[in-house]
Design a protein. Structure first.
Length: 321
């Protein structure tokens, strides 16, 4: 039996896509907003349903790396918590983390990939440089895990083993932050262990990060994301833009239609789109923050979702929550 995202009887419509007056698509899923005490402000669908958070879990995994002993600067922490776009600045940070651990790029076990940043991508193609592990958007997380392994005195070759000491610390920190334990351990697209968690747990984790006491691993991750949003994504990346336009907010999306956000006072939101399409997730997250009473008007440009035809708007994506 395959266990996964909730069935259609446990999800609700989150957004519709209309093209030239024609209903082209409908996105269903689950969405939740909680207050600083974890009480529900808004819920749509089964918020206890277990999901795979994908890269939305990276801030949580970064906490685990720090607790396990990785010595990370604020910039290191931001890129460990992010999905970078492969810019040269991002690569330099990953290389620096590896060098500090006495390692090189060969230690990375994430798959090789091309930069997502278009100017960087085109330049590298022109230079004849193909996909590289260090350009993969998860290489910052992998470098932090490797630093933790070395600091812990373990063989870095085992850093992706779910039973390695560092991965067990990361799992324990995730369970602490989400206030849940599902027993579900899968493999993420980058090869790292990935824990299943309820949507409510994901929202609670972001709330805990946003309000953590100064000096704690939780606070260090949140502050690094706030200070260096361009390392959590990259130029023009929606996660980075949310944090740039709304200083103090933390935001991290993941593959397959997942996103988490939190305000400085601990209001937090989480979304899972069941068809895996992420095109409305940022707008959904911002709308949920607004339902919490937070002013997101500075980021209204990220909620404008035109449907294009011939390069011109011919419709729109409308949120239905």
């Amino acid at each position: 039996m395959v266990v996964g995202v909730p069935g259609m009887d446990r999800v609700v419509e989150l957004a519709t896509v209309v093209r030239s007056g024609f209903m082209e698509s409908r996105h269903f899923g689950v969405a939740l907003a909680v207050d600083p005490g974890g009480e529900v402000v808004f819920a749509a669908g089964d918020v206890e349903a277990v999901l795979l958070p994908r890269s939305t879990a990276k801030p949580l995994q970064a906490v685990g790396c720090i607790v396990a002993g990785a010595e990370l600067s604020d910039e290191d922490t931001a890129i460990a918590a992010g999905s970078h776009t492969g810019e040269d600045r991002h690569v330099a940070l990953v290389d620096g983390m590896l060098k500090a651990a006495g390692l090189d790029r060969e230690a990375l076990w994430c798959p090789p990939d091309r930069a997502q940043d278009e100017p960087t991508l085109f330049r590298l193609i022109a230079e004849g440089i193909g996909p590289e592990k260090v350009r993969m958007n998860c290489s910052g997380k992998h470098a932090a895990m490797l630093k933790a392994m070395v600091a812990h005195g373990d063989d870095p070759k085992d850093y992706l083993d779910p039973q390695s000491p560092v991965q067990r610390v990361i799992a324990a920190e995730i369970e602490r932050l989400t206030e849940s334990s599902t027993g579900i351990v899968t493999v993420d697209g980058c090869g790292a262990p990935l824990l299943g968690m309820p949507l409510r747990g994901l929202a609670l984790a972001f709330s805990h990060l946003a309000t953590a006491d100064a000096g704690t691993a939780d606070n260090r991750v949140a502050e690094a994301m706030r200070r260096y949003p361009e390392l959590v994504g990259g130029k023009g990346h929606q996660n980075s833009e949310v944090m740039r336009l709304l200083p103090g907010v933390i935001a991290k999306g993941g593959a397959e239609g997942v996103i988490g956000m939190a305000t400085p006072d601990g209001h937090a939101v989480a979304v899972k789109v069941i068809d895996g399409n992420p095109r409305a997730t940022t707008a959904l997250g911002l709308t949920l923050l607004e339902k919490c009473g937070y002013d997101v008007s500075a980021a209204d440009e990220l909620r404008a979702l035109p449907v294009l035809g011939g390069g011109k708007p011919v419709g729109h994506i409308t949120l239905t929550i």
